[in-house]
Design a protein around this ligand. Structure first.
Ligand code: SF4
Length: 389
């Protein structure tokens, strides 16, 4: 039986939050979700725990004048085997990098003018992608300066994903420190050299350790590290070994992803060349990883993906008080998110709690041509959502 039963959406927590809004308690909500979807007891308990952690952040962030900013930097050193994100390998499209930064600075400034005019207040800021540290340190500094100028105020959280350890230099981390970045990530995905090679990361385990050292020395308050469970050639013992190595770094956030084959990935085009672990092994991987982590970390958000292996879910865990607020508001969709840059999604919350999604082009060349039109569409959607507030 599938652990999530008939639940098909990627955001099961949205359903439970609706039941909590209606005043349902644990047993009533479980009875409803078991009757309608056949959710397992174990997954409901996990979902309940997540929603309890999220609840205060949802209440705080669901005010119509608050918004978060997401900036997509659509470049990476190489393309990972499983990647379906809007990212270009620098080896192919580096020549557009400078023009992209120029256009992005324009988009940030224009969006800031609009939100200031509408008297809206920035809540969290998140630089993702792609890999933001694919930019040169001075380009990254210019993007952050532009964000601070366009969206003045005290941000509740400021994340700059570094992600790929092969892009993180002391100069990048110095910028994080001097520009008050509160959260960053060094994402190994696996701590096994052979797997890193298979998934096309082209960095070593030593580079992961070195990148963590830079972040720790700079005392960035929150470090996130991602692992993917179910990569070709891995087994539960290897996952346990990766988790133990991550625990030695004591990151405040650990995100456990489950491999989810995507159509747009290199893996999908060439599936017969890779041997994935069987579903039972992936379930065992998650079980062992959680057994090692939950004495120190608690789950604070989760989501599912189409084709996710073994019908499981991705889980974000944190040490108490180190939840990534952006991740929560992005998944729960009760808070405006303005997505700038390549491949970003804007989510505008309408008066009737429906959502207007606006998608920025994934291809950097198309983004360069469409920014003005995007700005117009975003302003229109926001104006409509804020009417009568
Ligand atoms: S680092 Fe992330 S965005 Fe970049 S290629 Fe790998 S999976 Fe894609």
């Amino acid at each position: 039986m599938q652990p999530w039963g008939a639940m098909e959406g990627v955001r099961p927590s949205k359903q439970l939050h609706r039941l909590l809004d209606a005043g349902k308690n644990y047993s009533e909500a479980f009875a409803f979700m078991q009757r309608h979807y056949g959710i397992s007891q174990e997954k409901f308990a996990l979902l309940w725990q997540v929603c309890q952690v999220e609840r205060p952040f949802l209440l705080e962030s669901s005010q119509p004048h608050l918004f978060s900013v997401y900036v997509g930097i659509p470049f990476c050193p190489t393309r990972c085997l499983y990647c379906s994100f809007p990212s270009h390998p620098l080896t192919e499209l580096n020549k557009f990098r400078e023009k992209f930064v120029e256009k992005l600075l324009f988009e940030i400034k224009a969006t800031g003018q609009m939100t200031q005019h509408l008297q809206m207040t920035p809540y969290t800021v998140y630089l993702g992608g792609g890999t933001p540290t694919s930019l040169e340190p001075e380009e990254l500094a210019a993007v952050i300066d532009a964000l601070k100028e366009a969206f003045p105020g005290t941000w509740r959280e400021f994340t700059v994903e570094a992600g790929r350890p092969d892009t993180i230099t002391p100069a990048h981390v110095k910028i994080f420190k001097s520009k008050d970045v509160t959260r960053t990530s060094v994402n190994p995905q696996s701590m096994h050299a052979e797997t890193l090679k298979t998934i096309g990361r082209r960095h070593s385990v030593e580079e992961i350790q070195q990148a963590v050292k830079y972040v720790r020395e700079a005392k960035i308050p929150v470090l996130n590290m991602d692992l993917i469970l179910g990569l070709p050639g891995e087994n539960a013992g290897m996952i346990a070994a990766s988790v133990k190595q991550l625990l030695n770094f004591a990151p405040e956030n650990i995100t456990l992803h489950i491999f989810s084959p995507k159509r747009a990935s290199r893996y999908y085009q060439n599936q017969s060349s890779y041997l994935l672990p069987p579903d039972e092994e992936i379930v065992e991987m998650q079980k062992q990883a959680l057994a090692l982590l939950t004495p120190h970390y608690r789950p604070y958000y989760l989501y599912r993906q189409r084709n996710i292996l073994a019908g499981l879910e991705n889980i974000g865990l944190c040490t108490p008080g180190h939840e990534c607020i952006y991740n929560i508001v992005m998944i729960e969709e009760r808070h405006h998110i303005l997505g700038l840059g390549g491949g970003a999604t804007s989510k505008i919350i309408n008066q009737d709690f429906t959502l207007t999604n606006l998608f920025s082009p994934k291809d950097v060349r198309i983004y360069l041509q469409r920014v003005e039109a995007l700005l117009e569409r975003r302003e229109k959607a926001l104006l409509k959502a804020l009417q009568n507030v």
